[in-house]
Design a protein around this ligand. Structure first.
Ligand code: SF4
Ligand code: SF4
Length: 386
């Protein structure tokens, strides 16, 4: 429990962090209408914003941790309230006061692991490059054209290592001059920043930037839209500008330049899911679809809620480390949409989406439906048809 002076300080901090943005809200309620939480339970961003105007938002409230930073409500808000910045400010204040979402263990352990090992998965830093061992991928040097930065999940998670390996295989086949940083790579820091740990984000970012500069990196290829977003839009806060390319953009370029040739067909009905940080936050909608349309035999279909209106998987904003009870998982709704649309494969381009969809697939109530659909990252499909 805070003392009165601490409480007053929190109120002032909340007011200061929201600034004019909070005050612009005229309570139209559009943010609540589009928020994916209202598909599974009652949740009001409008209420959080409204209470913050008066410094009344309680940092102990579970609601400040719900937002996945999916980007739907800022897209709709007629008053440019900047809900994501506001909620992240509230989380910053909360973490500074030692308040974390319940249960606290997963977020605290992700945070401790980021401090100690540079990844949120409690894995050894020294093992970060092991995914590439049998692929003869070189360590990046300044003579190379591009750095491949797989990100934490693709370096350590057994399911996601299939994606980094497929990607490296494609790059090798297309004779791309690339390397990796292995144990010199740190988490990009995007999600821990959105979970409120600003100082930790800054520390991770500074270490990455130093390693990029020391290694002579100019171009960075990423698989995660979260790495893409933070390198492209947030690292410039540190006065650096690297060229950042998402794998879906790079694959399209390789296909257009004739550096990838398809020798097989992928005769399946495929639905593409737009990850929030690739689509809404960065406007990359066409490239993944063009890549998929160029695959022989592949039939691309659209899901309900696609492109700008894509349904969040539930993993952004640090929620990937927070508990979401069954019945409240957006990924379950998305997977059901894919099954009902007749797709045989749900394809996407984000490690959090894949992790959540795979989990939904194996925990689906109707296991006949769960086993009727595969979940793939776009590079896995490309690798299969080479
Ligand atoms: S959409 Fe914007 S103006 Fe409308 S209630 Fe939400 S924050 Fe307020
Ligand atoms: S950013 Fe997304 S999850 Fe967060 S409040 Fe807005 S619509 Fe809801």
């Amino acid at each position: 429990m805070e003392t009165l002076s601490e409480y007053k300080e929190i109120v002032e901090l909340i007011k200061a962090s929201g600034g004019d943005a909070f005050k612009r809200c005229f309570e139209c309620g559009l943010c609540d209408t589009v928020c994916p939480w209202n598909r599974v339970r009652q949740f009001s961003m409008r209420k959080i914003v409204r209470q913050a105007i008066f410094g009344l938002t309680e940092i102990e409230s579970e609601d400040i941790w719900r937002c996945t930073t999916c980007g739907r409500c800022p897209q709709q808000c007629p008053r440019d309230v900047k809900q994501i910045d506001s909620v992240v400010s509230l989380r910053r204040i909360a973490t500074e006061y030692g308040v974390f979402p319940e249960p606290v263990k997963p977020v605290k352990s992700a945070s401790a692991s980021l401090v100690a090992e540079g990844n949120p998965l409690s894995e050894d830093r020294s093992k970060r490059g092991e995914w590439a061992k049998e692929l003869s991928v070189d360590i990046f040097n300044e003579e190379m054209d591009i750095l491949y930065f797989p990100g934490c999940y693709l370096c350590y998670d057994p399911r996601m290592k299939k994606v980094s390996r497929a990607t490296a295989g494609i790059l090798k086949q297309a004779q791309v001059d690339f390397g990796i940083l292995a144990d010199k790579e740190n988490c990009c820091g995007e999600s821990i920043r959105k979970a409120g740990e600003e100082e930790l984000f800054r520390r991770l970012a500074r270490e990455n930037i130093k390693n990029f500069i020391d290694s002579g990196v100019k171009r960075i290829l990423v698989s995660s839209p979260h790495c893409y977003h933070t390198f492209k839009n947030e690292y410039p806060e540190f006065m650096v500008n690297f060229e950042v390319i998402h794998i879906t953009q790079f694959l399209l370029k390789l296909i257009q330049e004739g550096k990838i040739e398809f020798n097989k067909e992928f005769n399946k009905k495929v639905a593409y899911h737009d990850p929030c940080y690739l689509g809404r936050h960065n406007g990359i909608y066409d490239e993944p679809r063009e890549v998929l349309r160029s695959v022989p035999g592949l039939e691309l279909i659209e899901l309900p809620d696609y492109r700008e209106r894509s349904l969040c998987c539930g993993g952004g904003g640090g929620r990937i480390w927070m508990e979401t009870p069954k019945g409240e998982r957006f990924s379950d709704i998305r997977l059901k949409q894919a099954v009902e649309s007749g797709a045989e494969v749900l394809v996407t381009a984000c490690p959090y989406c894949i992790t959540n969809f795979e989990d939904s697939r194996v925990t689906m109530e109707d296991q006949t439906e769960g086993s009727a659909i595969e979940v793939k990252e776009i590079s896995e499909i490309i690798q299969e048809v080479l």
